[in-house]
Write a protein that binds this ligand. Structure first.
Ligand SMILES: [Zn+2]
Length: 324
């Protein structure tokens, strides 16, 4: 086995041994990393690139404020506001000002109808959204099936995937049945039926991890078990932290060793673990940037989260390939 083979066996086909052209450090290059679930209005994105994150996906924010943040590093893709039932989650939460919540009152497929599904989707798409976020929360008012279906139809018309916040009994199952593309959180409210997991995998649904926000809660074990079954069946998993969510304490601005350790505990290891970070959903890979991991491979696979959390984003031209 060459050094390159050994590296790629642990970190996947995108890994290369490199030397940093400016600092002389030896290390490993990987494709750019993304945090697929953040809330920019609740955080300072400044330190993210130094912490290894080259791209973020904002899953609930003010569409007008976000439209001004599309340049620079990290690259930003966003959903705009949460589309929810009138008075539904997250209306009234301290972290969710009015501009980040959009009530959908009817399944109208006509443009320009106040409260209509098509109007809500058009508003987010016109503000530059790369995806649409819907809320299916069992506590409080929830979107009706016909409204949810109309949002999905309108999003398809605009070529946008739909991400659901699914929480409470039956909500993840509803999302799978409706044909939602991505779950914003690995389901954490209940153990899913095997048929629901199989259907999610068969439909190509992706689940965003957000496991570390459940630290210290019984939800953590439920999420872990659901994820273990989904991943073992071939489900697509995306790394995401819900950065801005502090229910389990403040989160680090950058790659989270806690999130990666929780993914590892659910059986997602080595190249599969790296792939959750390098998946380009929804906007494709970030051009011109790479991940630089100082140092070499750890002897112990379980040290990978700490290694990846020590990474930083660099321009590709700063890394010199040292493959022998
Ligand atoms: Zn969130």
């Amino acid at each position: 086995m060459t050094d390159l083979d050994a590296l790629q066996a642990v970190l996947g086909p995108g890994a290369r041994p490199v030397r940093h052209a400016l600092t002389g450090e030896a290390g490993i290059a990987l494709p750019p990393f993304a945090d697929h679930h953040v809330h920019l209005h609740l955080i300072d994105p400044g330190p993210l690139a130094a912490g290894g994150i080259a791209a973020v996906v904002d899953l609930g924010g003010d569409p007008d404020a976000l439209a001004g943040r599309r340049v620079g590093t990290p690259r930003v893709a966003y959903s705009g506001a949460f589309l929810t039932a009138p008075g539904g989650y997250p209306s009234g939460r301290a972290w969710a000002p009015d501009a980040v919540v959009h009530a959908v009152t009817s399944p109208s497929a006509s443009p320009g109808v106040a409260g209509g599904a098509r109007t809500a989707v058009d508003e987010m798409a016109d503000a530059g959204a790369s995806l649409i976020k819907v809320v299916l929360h069992a506590a409080g008012p929830a979107l009706a099936d016909d409204v949810l279906g109309a949002i999905l139809d309108a999003a398809r018309l605009r070529g946008l995937p739909v991400v659901a916040h699914a929480e409470g009994r039956g909500m993840a199952q509803r999302a799978v049945r409706a044909g939602v593309d991505v779950l914003a959180h690995v389901p954490f409210s209940e153990h899913l039926h095997g048929e629901t997991i199989a259907a999610a995998v068969a439909d190509g649904m992706a689940w965003i991890s957000t496991l570390a926000i459940h630290a210290g809660s019984p939800d953590a074990a439920v999420a872990r078990t659901n994820l273990e079954r989904f991943a073992a069946a071939g489900g697509r998993v995306l790394y995401g932290t819900d950065l801005g969510n502090t229910q389990a304490g403040p989160q680090r601005a950058g790659v989270s060793a806690a999130e990666l350790t929780a993914l590892q505990d659910a059986g997602i290891r080595g190249p599969e673990l790296v792939r959750t970070l390098t998946d380009g959903w929804p906007a494709g890979a970030v051009a011109g940037l790479a991940t630089f991991v100082p140092g070499g491979l750890p002897d112990d696979e379980f040290a990978l989260p700490a290694l990846l959390a020590a990474s930083r984003v660099v321009p590709v031209e700063e890394l010199l390939d040292t493959t022998r």
